[in-house]
Design a protein around this ligand. Structure first.
Ligand code: 5GP
Ligand code: MG
Ligand code: MG
Length: 177
Protein backbone atom coordinates (compact mmCIF):
# COMPACT_ATOMS: atom_id res chain seq x y z
CA UNK A 1 0.00 0.00 0.00
CA UNK A 2 1.14 3.57 -0.71
CA UNK A 3 2.76 4.94 2.48
CA UNK A 4 0.76 8.22 2.32
CA UNK A 5 -2.51 6.33 2.76
CA UNK A 6 -4.06 6.19 6.23
CA UNK A 7 -6.96 3.90 5.45
CA UNK A 8 -8.51 2.07 2.49
CA UNK A 9 -12.26 2.74 2.13
CA UNK A 10 -12.98 0.67 -0.99
CA UNK A 11 -10.76 -2.10 -2.27
CA UNK A 12 -10.04 -2.83 -5.92
CA UNK A 13 -12.39 -5.84 -5.79
CA UNK A 14 -15.23 -3.83 -4.24
CA UNK A 15 -14.89 -1.09 -6.86
CA UNK A 16 -14.93 -3.66 -9.68
CA UNK A 17 -18.27 -5.02 -8.44
CA UNK A 18 -19.79 -1.53 -8.22
CA UNK A 19 -18.64 -0.64 -11.75
CA UNK A 20 -20.01 -3.91 -13.15
CA UNK A 21 -23.40 -3.25 -11.56
CA UNK A 22 -23.51 0.32 -12.92
CA UNK A 23 -22.62 -0.84 -16.45
CA UNK A 24 -25.43 -3.42 -16.36
CA UNK A 25 -27.99 -0.90 -15.03
CA UNK A 26 -27.08 1.69 -17.66
CA UNK A 27 -27.03 -0.79 -20.54
CA UNK A 28 -30.48 -1.99 -19.53
CA UNK A 29 -31.82 1.55 -20.11
CA UNK A 30 -29.81 2.29 -23.29
CA UNK A 31 -30.23 -1.00 -25.16
CA UNK A 32 -32.05 0.74 -28.07
CA UNK A 33 -29.58 3.59 -28.63
CA UNK A 34 -25.87 4.25 -29.09
CA UNK A 35 -25.03 6.64 -26.26
CA UNK A 36 -22.22 9.16 -26.29
CA UNK A 37 -20.38 8.44 -23.06
CA UNK A 38 -18.56 11.53 -21.84
CA UNK A 39 -15.72 11.15 -19.39
CA UNK A 40 -15.09 14.17 -17.20
CA UNK A 41 -11.29 14.33 -17.01
CA UNK A 42 -9.20 13.55 -15.22
CA UNK A 43 -10.95 12.09 -12.18
CA UNK A 44 -13.31 9.80 -14.12
CA UNK A 45 -10.72 8.37 -16.50
CA UNK A 46 -10.05 5.12 -14.61
CA UNK A 47 -13.78 4.65 -14.03
CA UNK A 48 -14.40 5.26 -17.77
CA UNK A 49 -11.95 2.60 -18.93
CA UNK A 50 -13.45 -0.01 -16.59
CA UNK A 51 -17.08 1.04 -17.20
CA UNK A 52 -16.95 0.86 -21.02
CA UNK A 53 -15.38 -2.59 -20.92
CA UNK A 54 -18.19 -3.84 -18.69
CA UNK A 55 -20.85 -2.24 -20.94
CA UNK A 56 -22.22 -4.99 -23.20
CA UNK A 57 -23.49 -2.78 -26.01
CA UNK A 58 -22.43 -0.22 -28.60
CA UNK A 59 -21.33 3.19 -27.38
CA UNK A 60 -19.10 6.09 -28.36
CA UNK A 61 -16.57 7.72 -26.04
CA UNK A 62 -15.58 11.36 -25.69
CA UNK A 63 -13.64 13.39 -23.15
CA UNK A 64 -14.05 16.77 -21.57
CA UNK A 65 -11.85 18.51 -19.06
CA UNK A 66 -13.30 20.98 -16.62
CA UNK A 67 -11.89 22.41 -13.46
CA UNK A 68 -13.65 23.49 -10.30
CA UNK A 69 -11.23 22.47 -7.62
CA UNK A 70 -7.98 23.68 -6.07
CA UNK A 71 -6.52 21.35 -3.46
CA UNK A 72 -9.35 20.05 -1.29
CA UNK A 73 -11.57 23.14 -1.45
CA UNK A 74 -14.21 23.66 -4.17
CA UNK A 75 -13.92 27.05 -5.85
CA UNK A 76 -17.56 26.83 -6.96
CA UNK A 77 -16.68 27.74 -10.57
CA UNK A 78 -16.45 25.46 -13.58
CA UNK A 79 -13.97 26.25 -16.33
CA UNK A 80 -13.83 24.31 -19.64
CA UNK A 81 -10.23 23.26 -20.26
CA UNK A 82 -10.90 20.77 -23.07
CA UNK A 83 -14.21 20.57 -24.91
CA UNK A 84 -15.76 17.50 -26.57
CA UNK A 85 -14.70 16.44 -30.07
CA UNK A 86 -18.20 15.16 -30.92
CA UNK A 87 -21.42 17.12 -31.36
CA UNK A 88 -24.03 16.25 -28.74
CA UNK A 89 -26.92 17.38 -30.99
CA UNK A 90 -29.69 14.74 -30.90
CA UNK A 91 -27.41 12.38 -28.97
CA UNK A 92 -28.16 10.45 -25.80
CA UNK A 93 -25.38 11.70 -23.58
CA UNK A 94 -24.16 9.82 -20.53
CA UNK A 95 -21.90 11.90 -18.32
CA UNK A 96 -19.45 9.80 -16.34
CA UNK A 97 -18.19 11.40 -13.15
CA UNK A 98 -15.93 10.22 -10.38
CA UNK A 99 -17.76 11.92 -7.51
CA UNK A 100 -20.57 14.39 -6.97
CA UNK A 101 -19.64 16.74 -4.16
CA UNK A 102 -21.06 20.29 -4.43
CA UNK A 103 -22.76 19.30 -7.70
CA UNK A 104 -21.56 22.47 -9.47
CA UNK A 105 -19.63 20.60 -12.19
CA UNK A 106 -22.53 18.38 -13.18
CA UNK A 107 -25.08 21.15 -13.06
CA UNK A 108 -22.97 23.23 -15.44
CA UNK A 109 -22.29 20.33 -17.83
CA UNK A 110 -25.87 19.04 -18.02
CA UNK A 111 -27.13 22.57 -18.78
CA UNK A 112 -24.45 23.00 -21.44
CA UNK A 113 -25.29 19.71 -23.21
CA UNK A 114 -29.04 20.44 -23.13
CA UNK A 115 -28.36 23.89 -24.55
CA UNK A 116 -26.33 22.28 -27.35
CA UNK A 117 -29.32 20.13 -28.34
CA UNK A 118 -28.65 16.75 -26.74
CA UNK A 119 -31.66 14.42 -26.95
CA UNK A 120 -31.08 13.31 -23.36
CA UNK A 121 -28.45 13.82 -20.66
CA UNK A 122 -27.97 11.48 -17.73
CA UNK A 123 -25.30 11.28 -15.07
CA UNK A 124 -23.45 8.22 -13.85
CA UNK A 125 -21.30 8.87 -10.81
CA UNK A 126 -19.19 6.28 -9.08
CA UNK A 127 -19.29 8.12 -5.76
CA UNK A 128 -21.77 10.44 -4.11
CA UNK A 129 -20.85 12.76 -1.25
CA UNK A 130 -24.28 14.13 -0.24
CA UNK A 131 -22.83 16.10 2.69
CA UNK A 132 -21.04 18.41 0.20
CA UNK A 133 -24.05 19.30 -1.95
CA UNK A 134 -24.60 23.00 -2.67
CA UNK A 135 -26.43 22.73 -5.98
CA UNK A 136 -29.73 20.89 -6.42
CA UNK A 137 -28.64 18.02 -8.63
CA UNK A 138 -28.42 14.27 -8.32
CA UNK A 139 -26.93 11.55 -10.50
CA UNK A 140 -29.27 9.18 -12.32
CA UNK A 141 -26.99 6.26 -11.46
CA UNK A 142 -24.79 6.17 -8.37
CA UNK A 143 -22.19 3.67 -7.25
CA UNK A 144 -21.89 4.25 -3.52
CA UNK A 145 -22.22 7.03 -0.98
CA UNK A 146 -18.99 8.17 0.69
CA UNK A 147 -18.55 9.91 4.03
CA UNK A 148 -17.63 13.58 4.39
CA UNK A 149 -13.91 12.90 3.87
CA UNK A 150 -11.48 13.79 1.10
CA UNK A 151 -10.84 10.56 -0.76
CA UNK A 152 -8.12 9.68 -3.28
CA UNK A 153 -7.35 6.85 -5.70
CA UNK A 154 -9.06 5.21 -8.69
CA UNK A 155 -8.68 8.48 -10.63
CA UNK A 156 -9.23 10.87 -7.73
CA UNK A 157 -6.26 13.10 -6.89
CA UNK A 158 -4.78 15.32 -4.26
CA UNK A 159 -2.79 17.96 -6.15
CA UNK A 160 -2.56 15.57 -9.13
CA UNK A 161 -1.15 12.68 -7.09
CA UNK A 162 -2.64 9.31 -6.09
CA UNK A 163 -4.87 8.94 -9.18
CA UNK A 164 -3.10 5.67 -9.97
CA UNK A 165 -4.02 3.88 -6.74
CA UNK A 166 -6.28 0.93 -7.60
CA UNK A 167 -8.28 1.43 -4.37
CA UNK A 168 -10.03 4.38 -2.67
CA UNK A 169 -8.33 5.69 0.43
CA UNK A 170 -7.90 8.56 2.84
CA UNK A 171 -4.56 10.37 3.15
CA UNK A 172 -2.55 10.70 6.35
CA UNK A 173 -3.04 14.18 7.85
CA UNK A 174 0.68 14.99 7.51
CA UNK A 175 0.43 14.72 3.71
CA UNK A 176 -1.60 17.95 3.68
CA UNK A 177 0.89 19.96 5.68
P1 5GP B 1 -18.30 19.09 -7.47
O1 5GP B 1 -17.99 19.82 -6.22
O2 5GP B 1 -18.43 20.03 -8.63
O3 5GP B 1 -19.51 18.20 -7.33
O4 5GP B 1 -17.08 18.12 -7.73
C1 5GP B 1 -16.10 18.47 -8.62
C2 5GP B 1 -14.92 17.56 -8.59
O5 5GP B 1 -14.23 17.76 -7.37
C3 5GP B 1 -15.16 16.07 -8.63
O6 5GP B 1 -15.44 15.59 -9.90
C4 5GP B 1 -13.79 15.60 -8.13
O7 5GP B 1 -12.86 15.62 -9.19
C5 5GP B 1 -13.45 16.66 -7.08
N1 5GP B 1 -13.76 16.13 -5.74
C6 5GP B 1 -14.88 16.25 -5.00
N2 5GP B 1 -14.78 15.58 -3.83
C7 5GP B 1 -13.56 15.00 -3.85
C8 5GP B 1 -12.84 14.12 -2.94
O8 5GP B 1 -13.29 13.71 -1.87
N3 5GP B 1 -11.59 13.74 -3.34
C9 5GP B 1 -11.02 14.14 -4.52
N4 5GP B 1 -9.79 13.69 -4.79
N5 5GP B 1 -11.65 14.94 -5.39
C10 5GP B 1 -12.91 15.36 -5.06
MG1 MG C 1 -14.56 14.98 -11.62
MG1 MG D 1 -9.08 16.86 -8.45
Amino acid sequence: MNSDILEVIYTEEQIAKIVERLAKEVHHDYADTVPLVVCVLKGAVIFMTDFVRQYEGTLEMDFMDVSSYNGTESSGEVRIIKDLDASVKNRDVILLEDIVDTGATLKALTSLFRHRGANSVRIVSLFDKPSGRRVDISADYFGVTVPDKFIVGYGLDYNERYRNLPYIGVLKPEVYS
